[in-house]
Design a protein around this ligand. Structure first.
Ligand SMILES: *Cc1c(COP(=O)(O)O)cnc(C)c1O
Length: 351
């Protein structure tokens, strides 16, 4: 080891799902199978590229205002970032500075652990129960902050608001972040509690329900004080996080509520049908409230199945980590993509 290496910040990075560059049935990273709202296409076609000479609005003003309108909050309650990964990372940096460990579930979005390591934040994972549910009492102990997704990933399980509220209420001396990347496919958002709890931050994204993973837009909604702290950290890091193109397209996406709701509705419909198809094939799965299903088959090894699917250009996600060795996560695609998946599975099982 070189002497200088001892002062290098070493981290074990997050491993994103594969983004193959050839055409596949892509059910591995929870993207939306439908295109973004038509207004987004129009905005791109009509975009004045001369505007790209200039720096974008550092406050992301128009997008912040459009989101504030959509969610019936004030603009000073909205923070926008480069995907919710950027927003979450900023939240870790800003709010998790205690000597005490932050808490998150043992089976959850694997980026939490990476940010905690990167920023040297102590953490402790709280075990989901045998049905992969959050045990709310585990979060009653003294800690440095709490974060969990609802619905959780990769389990797709949605905890009802009374459970989420109970965790927030028991942790009013620290910040509680609820990562709602998939809430549009689930049920009530914890946003309705934003005025009741000063320690609550809600994070959402354009990557899933809004079909814009490629644009990288995420946001946090909270009270003006916590949003101000987030902005102070952001302006100490990179003022111009949101690029001009994303800002314009983001506004168009939020404006079209009808299109957004229709796409979400189609995905939920396909999901409910897919649950039935999986059951017919003998799969066990956790009851999904997201745009993916976490499934396992008692007779077929998950890794082998994952490899066989991949060899046939059907990509799903597989981790092979503790407690979930036999599970695959299948993103809900279009009805046609799902038919192709089930055709393959039927053939595979009848070999
Ligand atoms: C997809 C996802 C995110 C990040 O999405 P961005 O594309 O960075 O907005 C955050 N949290 C969870 C749980 C996710 O699944």
């Amino acid at each position: 080891m070189k002497a200088f290496e001892k002062n290098i910040r070493k981290v074990e990075p997050y491993v994103p799902g594969e983004q193959p560059q050839h055409k596949v049935i892509k059910l591995n990273t929870n993207e939306n199978p439908y295109p973004p709202a038509p207004g987004v296409t129009r905005a791109l076609e009509e975009m004045d590229t001369d505007r790209l000479r200039l720096y974008p609005d550092p406050t992301a003003g128009p997008l912040v205002e459009e989101l504030a309108r959509f969610y019936h909050v004030n603009p000073d309650q909205v923070f926008v970032g480069v995907g919710s990964d950027d927003v979450l990372s900023m939240c870790f940096l800003t709010f998790f500075n205690s000597e005490k460990p932050i808490y998150f579930p043992d089976i959850t979005y694997s980026f939490y652990k990476v940010w905690a390591d990167l920023y040297r934040i102590p953490y402790e994972c709280q075990k989901l129960d045998e049905n992969f549910r959050i045990v709310k009492e585990d979060y009653y102990k003294e800690n440095g902050g709490v974060i969990f997704p609802n619905p959780n990933a990769p389990t797709a399980i949605y905890e009802e608001l009374d459970v989420v509220e109970d965790i927030i209420a028991h942790n009013q001396d620290v910040i509680v972040i609820v990562d709602e990347a998939y809430v549009d496919f689930a049920g009530r958002s914890v946003l309705e509690l934003i005025d009741k709890y000063e320690n609550l931050i809600v994070v959402q994204t354009f990557s899933k329900a809004r079909s814009m993973a490629g644009m990288r837009i995420g946001y946090a909604i909270s009270n003006p004080m916590l949003i101000k702290y987030l902005n102070d950290a952001k302006y100490s890091f990179n003022s111009y996080t949101m690029n001009q193109t994303s800002l314009i397209c983001g506004v168009e996406a939020v404006k079209d509520r009808a299109y957004f709701e229709a796409a979400v509705h189609k995905i939920i419909e396909t999901r409910e049908w897919a649950k039935g198809e999986l059951a017919k094939l003998g799969f066990h799965y956790l009851d999904s409230s997201a745009n993916f299903i976490f499934a396992m088959h008692p007779k077929y090894d998950a890794k082998e199945l994952f490899e066989a699917l991949k060899a046939n250009n059907i990509y799903v996600r597989y981790w092979g980590s503790e407690r979930i060795e036999q599970y695959m996560r299948i993103t809900i695609g279009t009805r046609e993509e799902m038919e192709a998946l089930f055709d393959f599975l039927r053939k595979y099982m009848n070999r």
